[in-house]
Design a protein around this ligand. Structure first.
Ligand SMILES: Nc1ncnc2c1ncn2[C@@H]1O[C@H](COP(=O)(O)OP(=O)(O)OP(=O)(O)O)[C@@H](O)[C@H]1O
Ligand SMILES: [Mg+2]
Length: 370
């Protein structure tokens, strides 16, 4: 899919604007605190309904207003769509797709796949499993849409089971729930495991080019490794009932990233860990291009940050080889390192951001610079 235009109103520090994008490469540059990441954040919301920087929607609304509004024209599944999102400080949200109210966030997510790599994600390996699970599940969903319904059903059953645990007197009261929960949980994790297997060759080839001398591998951990889930739920009943909470669920699954026999998070340098995260995101993009129903829009925040020159160049080379219908948005403080990438694309749009005001820059003046 690609985003043709976006109107932004009362979002963070951005002045009201309407931006027309290139279907290929878009570069947003400007000084610190200009509003570059805020633009990427608004694009991300089109595909996720939420930010990648915060779960608190009221932080996104400009200080002087009560709601923000985004209105996008995009092409998805081969046809044009108009998508509007208004989010209020009190968390209310109004979404419209092609003039019709849109009530389910999942409809938004399946319409508009948007993927992001931002400095926030460089902690992916060291932080808890939930970030890795979210990343994994986003990928699974865009390759296999039926995953979402099963995942939601599973979540609902876990909530009901937890509620029942608080009042139950014996495991027998839970058996009927578990007869539904167990096969569904196994199915959800099977999707995840299959996705990991599909992802592995893409990841292996990218990480080999980034870190040729380091052994890094991906492993899916299902959350009840080495056990039969049905049996485990019976055995863990006393513990589950004591805490009013199911200990072994799909919410314990993880994508384990190993370097040899050690966890990559405990062994690799910070820079190496950033490259592993970058390789994971790029592998997901490549896999979605090959197997997904449409190309995700790819957002890259602060390309200059945290990678050395050699590895930044590797990332730029990877981006320069993307298919022509892949839409990319990159933010940076300095344009110079991106000149070679700009010269390799036919259709580039440059946006300069200054104190929340966005100006389109004539690419001819920025192209063909040595
Ligand atoms: N709700 C809000 N209302 C008004 N301004 C806000 C709001 N939230 C954040 N800001 C301000 O918006 C500015 C732009 O932030 P943003 O993160 O987009 O900058 P940036 O260009 O990505 O900077 P950097 O290069 O440092 O990453 C910051 O000064 C921030 O304090
Ligand atoms: Mg930023």
């Amino acid at each position: 899919m690609h985003i043709q235009s976006l109107s932004i109103e009362n979002f963070r520090n951005l002045q009201p604007t309407r931006l027309h994008f290139s279907p290929q490469l878009n570069i947003i540059y400007g000084n610190n605190a200009a509003g570059k990441t805020s633009i990427l954040e608004s694009l991300y919301i089109l595909g996720h309904g939420r930010s990648f920087r915060t779960s608190r929607h009221n932080k996104l609304v400009n200080h002087d207003h009560d709601s923000f509004t985004l209105f996008a024209e995009l092409t998805a599944h081969g046809s044009g769509h108009k998508l509007g999102i208004q989010r209020f400080r009190n968390n209310d949200v109004h979404m419209r797709l092609n003039q019709e109210p849109l009530s389910k966030l999942s409809d938004l997510v399946s319409l508009a796949p948007v993927q992001v790599l931002a400095p926030e994600h460089y902690e992916l390996l060291t932080k808890g499993s939930s970030g890795r699970r979210k990343m994994l599940d986003w990928g699974v969903f865009h390759v296999e849409h039926s995953f979402l319904k099963r995942w939601q059903d599973c979540q609902r059953l876990i909530l009901q089971r937890n509620k029942l645990l608080k009042t139950s007197k014996s495991y027998r009261e839970l058996a009927v729930w578990d007869s539904q929960l167990v096969p569904l949980s196994i199915k959800v994790n099977q999707y995840r495991e299959d996705y990991c297997q599909l992802l592995q060759p893409f990841f292996n080839s990218i990480i080999k080019s980034f870190l040729p001398d380091v052994d890094v591998s991906l492993h899916f951990y299902q959350g009840w490794q080495g056990h039969d889930l049905e049996q485990l739920l019976i055995e863990q009943y006393p513990k589950d009932a004591k805490h009013g909470y199911t200990h072994s669920t799909i919410q314990k699954a993880d994508l384990k990233i190993m370097s040899g026999k050690r966890l990559a998070a405990d062994y690799l340098s910070r820079g190496q860990q950033k490259l592993v995260t970058t390789a994971l995101k790029l592998a997901q993009l490549s896999l979605a291009q090959e197997r997904g129903q449409q190309y995700p829009v790819f957002l890259l925040d602060d390309i200059g940050a945290e990678l050395d020159q050699e590895h930044q160049q590797m990332l730029l080379d990877f981006l320069a080889q993307q298919p022509s219908s892949q839409q990319i948005f990159i933010t940076c403080v300095h344009l110079d390192p991106l000149k070679s990438l700009i010269n390799r694309y036919n259709n580039v749009r440059l946006f300069h951001v200054e104190h929340g005001a966005v100006t389109v820059i004539d690419t001819a003046s920025e192209k063909n610079v040595q």
